[in-house]
Design a binder for this molecule. Sequence first.
Ligand SMILES: Nc1ncnc2c1ncn2[C@@H]1O[C@H](COP(=O)(O)OP(=O)(O)O)[C@@H](O)[C@H]1O
Ligand SMILES: [Mg+2]
Length: 312
Amino acid sequence: MRLAFDDVSYSYDGAKAAEKKGRRGKGAQREAAWGNAPDAAWALRNVTFAVEPGEFFGVAGHTGSGKSTLIQHMNGLVHPTCGRVTADGEDLAEKGVGARVRQRVGLVFQYPENQLFAATVYDDVAFGPRNMKLGADEVDRRVREAMALVGLSFDDLAERSPFDLSGGQQRRVAFAGVLAMEPEMLVLDEPVAGLDPLSRTDFLALIASFHTRGMTVVMVSHSMEDLAALADRILVLSEGRVFALGTPEEVFADGAGLRSVGLGAPAPEAFAASLREAGFSLPAALYDEATLAADIAAQLGAAGEQGGEGRG
Ligand SMILES: Nc1ncnc2c1ncn2[C@@H]1O[C@H](COP(=O)(O)OP(=O)(O)O)[C@@H](O)[C@H]1O
Ligand SMILES: [Mg+2]
């Protein structure tokens, strides 16, 4: 699925005003247009980009920059105040389209474990598929498969209350509930926030494996290291606007620009930039720790030989 944002602006005020008047669509959009509501706080402003099929699309930005608002537009949960969001050309704000797209785009909220509600893990994971009016056998197959995918033992946990599980397990249950809808696109809002380092690594590997298997993934993250390692492209938001959009190499090349919007390049890349200023020749476009260590070692080795400091 190709998901396109076309000049999307969103104001929580504008949306509320439209709701109060029981009006949506054209009239409400005119009302909330720039000129008519100059004081409204705009969570998104003139955002245009597209997520291409099969892509791993990263979203970065300072707190309050509009990341969560942006991704709630991706499955029609929130509609633009101005502009439009389309899935393969169909407008998500149109009747019927949103509901259909919601089954194809799995949205995992930040701290999704807070939205668990059912008496058993089974019922929580089964909620989405049951809503899709699937038969009991198909629901059962999907619950088992989704639990296996996130590393939860069906036999041990399916009949337990989700509220008796650890935080990490609860997040897996919430994640399984979205996977059980078998979406073709996964949209994740800070999926590893608040997890311990080991669970973080597990979760990121799991997310990477979905992408490898052909799923389109959109991931909001505070970690530039994670985005550098996983994303094909990264969108950087600042105050609701697109600040940058490109490959990790392109986006992280502008260290000063990123700092101006409260972000930084991944730690190894920032370190490489300082070393370059100190005269090191470090050729890679984007460094991870291992590659940087190897290149520094190579340079020091070369310098040692040239300087004739031979110790033996
Ligand atoms: N439910 C809401 N009602 C009103 N304003 C909101 C609401 N949620 C977010 N905002 C505002 O919209 C802007 C973008 O917020 P958000 O999308 O949550 O950013 P991020 O996820 O990048 O931290 C912020 O100014 C925030 O205060
Ligand atoms: Mg957020």
